[in-house]
Design a protein around this ligand. Sequence first.
Ligand SMILES: [Zn+2]
Length: 269
Amino acid sequence: MPEGPETHALADRLSTLLVDETLTYVRSIDPALQRRRGLLEGQRVLAVEARGKALLTAVEDGWTLYTHSHLFGFWRFVEDLESLPDGAPPRLVLATVRGVAALYAAPSISLWRTDELGTQPYLSKLGPDVLDPAVDAKALLAHMRTPRFARRTLAMLLLDQGFAAGMGNYLRSEVLFKAKLAPYRLLQDLTTGERRRLANALLDVPRRAYRAKHDDALPPGKDYLAKTRAQFGFEVFERKGDPCPRGDGRIVEERLAGRRLYWCKGCQT
Ligand SMILES: [Zn+2]
C-alpha cells in the first residue's frame, strides 16, 4: 500500500499533468460521479495535494475531487485516451492537453465542495501529516499529548492516521529503529527525550523516503507504482535475520497490530 511519501510523490506527478490546465475529459464508472462530471469538465485545476494517503484535486469553481487508493488502487499515465490499455476499465479518467491520468482497481472517489472538505470522514480524522512542511516536532509533541493516545503501543499508534497522517507499515519499522524505541512501549511511558526522538524520526524518515522518490523520478508515461525498497534503503524493514546496522543484534520480524514489524532488541528499548 502506498504510504505518505509515495502519495506525495504521486501528487507531484499529477500536478505536472493537471495544474493550471483545463480538464478536457472526465469519466468515472461510478454512476454518481459520472452524472456530476460536468462540475469538473471545462474547469481549470488549481492544485493537487496529498493529505495522508488521500489525493485532493481542486478546480477553480469550488469543487475538489477526493481519491484514496487503499490497498489496490493505482494510477497510470498515458499520452492520450487512445493509449489507455485494454482490459479492466479505469474507475476514473482525467485528461488535459498535457495527457491522461487513470485510476484503477478499488479506490474511493468522491466529489466535495472545497469549503466542506473538513467534513469528509477520512480527512476529518487525520492527525498532523508527517510530510506537510508546516508540521514540525513541536506540533507533533503537542499532538502526542492527546489523551486517547496515552495507553496505546507505539506499534499501533504508528499505523494510526489520526496519530500521524502519511505513516504506514514500512515507515513504522524504520521510524521506531531511528528513534531507538521498542514497538510495545506505551506512549504514556516515554520520557521527554524519547518523545522528542520519536517526533524527530516521524519527520525525518518519511521526508527522506519522499526525497528518494524525487531523485529517481519515473519518466512520464510509465506506470506509477511504489518501488520503495529499491528507492529508499531500508535499515530494518524486510531485513529479518540481518545484523543490526548499529551492530548490537539481529533484526527480528514480528506481527504487531496485524502487520509485519522489523526491529532490533539490542538498540530499541
Ligand atoms: Zn540494534
